[in-house]
Design a protein around this ligand. Structure first.
Ligand code: HEM
Length: 464
């Protein structure tokens, strides 16, 4: 067979507009056309979408020889920088992947849980009690704080608060849907043209200005840390300063700056969103929440918590898909996809495959335990796959587990309304439509870690 897959015949503009509600739109295309279908979006090459893990694996087989991911992310270069892991391909990408990966895995992050729990606890103490508030904002400030202290390693309190405000502004500006939906060519022009960069209301202008302000502080931090020369530093910046490639070359200041901003952009909103969905789902699933609390209180191993995190990321997939630009034709599901097309494993559809996940709309962490776990795991792609698999997946999963545990230990959460929150597109992520609105009530602290000292002697078991 050499023909193209079926797909919508609507004009590109109409298809692009409908992608503002990606879950419903993509599901309708899959129902109409089957597991492989094509799409045409404004300003982008033609696209082929797949909705099973087997077909996704065929796309991942082209990684490194036959397709590129970075080429599709060129629009991010003006503020992520020319060295970013996210936007590069080939040798420059591979060099950075090897330098960056060890700083985010295994032993490098094994000491992080205590500080993550501490950061979460600090934030939880500021939560209003007994009235509705949006959890998403608090998840963002917790993940921002983690980025500041564990990734950037900023220790000075004044510098922390300065950078916090600037990073928040950058994250807000660069997360705007207007920016994400801007056709790539128009965006590239608006980011570089001296005329366009002076128009204050353009999302590109706001992003570039915020990025310049962050850079000033970051380069100062990098210079200060180089001078300090602390070989024992355990934050990501400290480790990147020590990292050497196969030729023994260190990373330049610009390379380090580009990766720090990349980690901020790729890791902050995504993890905050995963956490918001975790609470949005748990609050509305008393059985799951009950079992999780019980197992936590009994001091069980982390298996159920791990399954809860996976089930959240399956059912409420944070990033709905991540594509590859084909350099060579690809045979995919019996079709011949030409070079120059974009092939996209659509995670939000793959995670709804009812052959792998019976009653896929149900929140059922047990899928990832026991008999069916192997099959469930095989189709579980919230962090993508192939050589471009999310480099922060281990850290993100750790953050989610530690923060969920800390929140459940300290407060009871109830949903402000019984209806589930809709999935709404924000940048490349799908966030809870009302930002995970909850009502929190204090609960007596259970199982305080040995290091924890109650600060109020009159109420030794109450959260400070
Ligand atoms: C729940 C949280 C997260 C989710 C759902 C997520 C998801 C993803 C996905 C889907 C990709 C694309 C993979 C592909 O194209 O196959 C990706 C790439 C990436 N992620 Fe994450 N991510 C999360 C957290 C993080 C964190 C915490 C960091 C860093 C601290 C991070 C850093 C990156 C980077 C640098 C890339 C680009 C990798 C490359 O192209 O080689 N992510 N992530």
């Amino acid at each position: 067979m050499t023909h193209l897959p079926p797909g919508s015949r609507q004009p590109a503009l109409l298809q692009t507009v409908q992608l503002r509600d990606p879950v419903r739109y993509l599901e309708s295309l899959r129902r109409r056309h089957g597991p492989v279908f094509r799409m045409k979006l404004l300003g982008l090459p033609p696209q082929v979408v797949v909705s099973t893990a087997e077909l996704a694996a065929e796309i991942y087989r082209t990684d490194g020889d036959g397709s590129r991911a970075g080429a599709l992310r060129a629009g991010f270069v003006p503020w992520l920088g020319q060295f970013s892991l996210f936007t590069n391909d080939g040798e420059p990408w591979w060099r950075h992947r090897k330098l960056l990966s060890p700083t985010l895995h295994g032993r490098s992050i094994a000491g992080y849980p205590d500080l993550i729990a501490e950061i979460a606890a600090e934030d939880i103490r500021t939560w209003p009690l007994g009235r509705p508030f949006a959890l998403q904002e608090h998840m963002q400030s917790i993940t921002l704080e983690i980025t500041l202290r564990l990734v950037f390693g900023v220790r000075d309190v004044n510098q922390q608060s300065r950078l916090r405000a600037l990073l928040l502004a950058l994250s807000k500006a660069s997360g705007s849907p207007a920016l994400f939906l801007m056709p790539a060519r128009l965006r590239a022009w608006a980011e570089r043209s001296p005329l366009a960069t002076r128009v204050p209301f353009l999302p590109t202008t706001r992003t570039m200005r915020a990025s310049a302000a962050v850079d000033k502080v970051l380069f100062g931090e990098i210079a200060r840390r180089r001078e300090e020369g602390d070989r024992e530093a355990t934050d990501v910046l400290g480790r990147l300063l020590q990292a050497r490639d196969e030729q023994g070359r260190p990373m330049s200041d610009q390379e380090i700056r580009d990766e720090l901003i990349t980690l901020l952009e790729a890791g902050l909103e995504t993890t905050a969103t995963g956490l918001s969905w975790a609470f949005e789902r748990l609050m509305r699933s008393p059985e799951v929440l009950g079992r999780l609390r019980e197992e936590m209180e009994r001091g069980e191993d982390e298996r159920y918590l791990d399954a809860v995190v996976k089930e959240v990321l399956r059912l409420r997939t944070v990033i709905y898909g991540s594509g590859r630009l084909l350099d060579k034709p690809l045979r995919l599901g019996g079709y011949e996809i030409p070079a120059g097309w974009v092939a996209i494993p659509m995670f939000s559809l793959i995670h709804q495959d009812s052959e792998v996940y019976p009653e896929p709309q149900e929140f059922r962490p047990e899928r990832f335990l026991g008999e069916g776990a192997k099959a469930a795991q095989k189709s579980f792609l919230p962090f993508g796959g192939g050589r471009r698999y999310c480099v922060g997946a281990q850290l993100a999963t750790m953050e989610m587990k530690v923060i969920i545990r800390e929140v459940l230990r300290r407060v009871e959460l109830t949903p402000a309304t019984p209806e589930p929150e809709a999935q709404r597109m924000w940048h490349a992520t799908l966030i809870p439509g009302k930002h995970a609105v909850a009502v929190a009530r204090q609960r007596p602290l259970t199982q305080p870690p040995s290091s924890e000292q109650p600060t109020c002697p009159a109420h030794p078991s109450a959260p400070e």
